[in-house]
Design a protein around this ligand. Structure first.
Ligand code: GDP
Ligand code: MG
Length: 165
């Protein structure tokens, strides 16, 4: 299996940490040079049965003062150039900013997965209501709780990518 996966989310949710965990020292290519004008490779995960090229989608989720600037139409459509989209959030019930992004992601035609990172920071009892709040949005193929620093949920995440690629 192989494919291109966009990893998106607000600053500080742990995108780079996840990338480093997956790609680690075995990085084949890390480059900030534009691969296309729309997406650029930021890391490649390789295992016996899968190769996943993670891409940045420039212009998406740059912090702006106005919420409406978070993701413009061109950036949004660049998500249709990849095979899958991972939307990463903090382990808390959905807020206005992520709600706005989640609504826009409904227009993306490729499968979108919600990744709830930093689950090591919350009590296990708190996870279910958080997952429920995201289930209600109905836009996500699967909701995957992980901890990019502790390695929690990473196997499931990789299995899910393997299943859909
Ligand atoms: P990015 O801006 O989305 O790329 O976020 P970073 O990968 O730079 O991470 C932002 C901060 O969150 C760093 O201090 C990370 O160490 C921390 N962080 C990332 N993943 C986790 C996690 O799974 N658990 C905890 N507790 N902290 C995390
Ligand atoms: Mg980063």
């Amino acid at each position: 299996k192989s494919g291109f996966v966009a990893l998106i989310g607000r600053p500080n949710v742990g995108k780079s940490t996840l990338m480093n965990y997956l790609v680690g020292q075995k990085v084949a290519i890390t480059s900030n040079k534009p691969q296309t004008t729309r997406n650029r490779i930021s890391g490649i995960y390789t295992s016996d049965d899968m190769q996943v090229v993670f891409v940045d989608t420039p212009g998406i989720f740059k912090p702006h003062s106005k919420l409406d600037d978070y993701m413009d139409k061109a950036s949004l459509s660049s998500l249709n150039d990849v095979d899958l989209v991972l939307f990463m959030v903090e382990p808390e019930e959905i807020g206005k900013g992520d709600q706005y992004i989640a609504d826009l992601l409904k227009e993306v035609k490729v499968p979108v997965f919600l990744v709830i990172n930093k689950v090591d920071e919350i009590h296990p009892n708190k996870l279910l209501p958080i997952m429920d709040s995201y289930h209600k949005l109905e836009g996500f193929k699967e909701i995957l709780p992980i901890s990019a620093t502790q390695g929690i949920g990473i196997e499931d995440l990789l299995a899910t990518l393997n299943k859909y690629l």
